[in-house]
Design a protein around this ligand. Structure first.
Ligand code: AMP
Length: 522
């Protein structure tokens, strides 16, 4: 792994992502670029100039190509200026979720060896002693108004561009090294497999920009589209439904839990308000966690064919498989239902297969671990060769996800391997039980986990958040399961939960549920 350098062999240099910004600014200088709500803050000429100035300022402060500069702030209109500024200087960005505790952020800053960090005004104390640049402060204003670099610094092959830290549900987070070439491949896959992007489109950042939503900025920069941070700075379903008709051609990334809230809000608004049926929304790309069939069917029924699914992970960002909108919406296909429950087919830049513990490819429809190789797969874990060797073997990324692939190449995910329940020596996939329970009208949200059991090893427990007005009725849910899944898979215990614990990206924290059970919650 090496950083960028002006002296790089130009025939082999990696594409600096900031090149796309420079080109967009040349082609469409006056086009709206960065927006807050409906307000245009900068056009493309100003976006590129300001990012180039941030890059020059970082270089003047001693940041050299290949060094790491962090972003510890929530969604903010200056986020992309700072990110592209880092790339202009040939440095690598370290995105840190704004909701992390300062102690966690401090750990990441130290591990990454960050030399500077962009922050928001409300950043709490407790970060290590390194230059903090408040994007709303006078220092940043001066930085962004300075003289820009003549162009982005050339990056050497393999240059690190995005050092993303895993959420670390098992132990310390690991830094995932995503190269500039990975980001280019990821962006081209968006155009090949996910959706078109037109100059008039608006990328709406409702999900954290420190994660996949932020990475989708690249393809929108490439096409010279608008980048919109909502006034709330985050995900507010009512705000989005109101904003979309005004903006028009809105694309956004949303975790399944966000889609659910958007659809709940849209159906509550009914036909009364503008945008209630998704007017102005071109595409919602969903992924990052399981989307249950009942939920996506309802989403399409309420808001129309605006949904595309992706499956990815930090180690192959946003890019393992995709389920195109036609496949989500086309009920006429004989295998529509099975395809809807899948995560689609391999994206263009990667190969995907399902393997046994020895890495041998399994026959169609058999469940094993999902392996990925190709242009979007990370270079490895930052300063952690042991973890890299464990995760990338013989050129294949072992995702830790279990699934099966059908004859047509459609991949269906089961669960993370660590979430599988083994009861009486038999594997039970929680997702299947969750799917069954979610078809019951009283069940709003559900998470199924294994609890230690003296005789069976583990027993199946369901945490259920009931729909408003309904009470948890274990006997009714048991009958419902008996009608749908094998007896041995059905939950032996139900726990009423008011909402499920989720991490900063909206993923249900099964580790937390297992901990509650271990502590005796019944
Ligand atoms: P992260 O590295 O934080 O992006 O988390 C990636 C993990 O989220 C994957 O390994 C999967 O377990 C899960 N995931 C991502 N996309 C999907 C999807 N479309 N359906 C189900 N799970 C998903």
């Amino acid at each position: 792994m090496a950083g960028g350098s002006d002296g790089a062999d130009p025939r082999r240099a990696a594409m600096n992502p900031a090149e796309w910004l420079v080109r967009a600014a040349v082609r469409r200088p006056g086009a709206p670029a960065l927006m807050q709500g409906t307000r245009v803050l900068t056009d493309y000429a100003a976006f590129a100039r300001r990012a180039g100035a941030v890059g020059a300022g970082l270089a003047a402060r001693g940041v050299t190509p290949g060094e790491r500069v962090a972003l510890y702030l929530g969604n903010h209109p200056a986020y992309l200026e700072a990110l592209y500024g880092i790339w202009f200087a040939g440095a690598a960005a370290v995105p840190i979720n704004a909701k992390l505790h300062p102690r966690e952020a401090a750990w990441i800053l130290r591990d990454a060896g960050a030399v500077a960090c962009f922050v928001a005004p409300d950043t709490p104390a407790g970060l290590p002693d390194l230059p903090l640049i408040d994007v709303a402060g006078p220092d940043y204003a001066t930085l962004a108004a300075g003289a820009p670099l003549p162009g982005p610094v050339a990056m050497v092959p393999g240059a690190l561009a995005w050092l993303f830290y895993t959420s670390g549900t098992t132990g310390r987070p690991k830094g995932v090294m995503i190269t500039a070439a990975n980001l280019v491949a990821m962006s081209l896959c968006y155009l090949a497999d996910v959706d078109t992007v037109e100059p008039g489109d608006a990328a709406l950042y409702a999900a954290p920009m420190s994660h996949g939503a932020g990475l989708y900025a690249l393809v929108h920069v490439l096409r010279g589209a608008r980048h919109v941070v909502p006034e709330s700075g985050g995900f507010d379903p009512a705000e989005i439904l109101a904003l979309a008709p005004t903006l028009g051609q809105v694309s956004m990334f949303a975790a399944p839990t966000m889609v659910r809230r958007l659809v709940d809000r849209a159906s509550a608004t009914g036909t009364m308000g503008a945008g209630a049926t998704g007017e102005g929304i071109k595409t919602v790309v969903y992924g990052g966690g399981p989307m249950y069939r009942a939920d996506i069917e309802e989403a399409v029924a309420v808001m129309g064919p605006r949904f595309v699914q992706i499956y990815g992970q930090g180690e192959s960002p946003m890019t393992i498989t995709a389920l195109a909108r036609e496949l989500v919406a086309d009920r006429s296909h004989p295998r529509w239902a099975a395809r809807l429950a899948s995560v689609g087919v391999a994206q263009s830049a990667v190969r995907v297969r399902v393997a046994d513990a020895e890495g041998r490819t399994l026959p169609p429809d058999e469940t094993g671990e999902i392996l990925v190789s190709g242009a979007t797969v990370m270079a490895g874990y930052w300063q952690n060769p042991a973890a890299t060797a464990e995760t990338i073997r013989d050129g294949w990324l072992w995702t830790g996800d279990l699934g099966s692939m059908d004859r047509d190449g459609f991949l269906t995910l089961q669960d993370r391997s660590k979430d599988v329940i083994i009861s009486g020596g038999t594997n039970i996939y929680p997702r299947e039980v969750e799917e069954a329970l979610l078809t019951h009208a009283d069940v709003h949200e559900v998470a199924v986990v294994g609890a230690p059991h003296p005789e069976w090893g583990e027993e199946v427990v369901a945490f259920v958040s009931s729909t408003p007005g309904a009470a948890l009725d274990p006997a009714a849910l048991d009958r419902h399961c008996l009608d749908r899944i094998a007896r041995f898979k059905r939950p032996r215990r139900y726990v009423a939960a008011q909402g499920l614990p989720k991490n900063n990206y909206g993923k249900v924290l099964k580790t937390e549920l297992r901990r509650r059970l271990a502590e005796g919650e019944r």
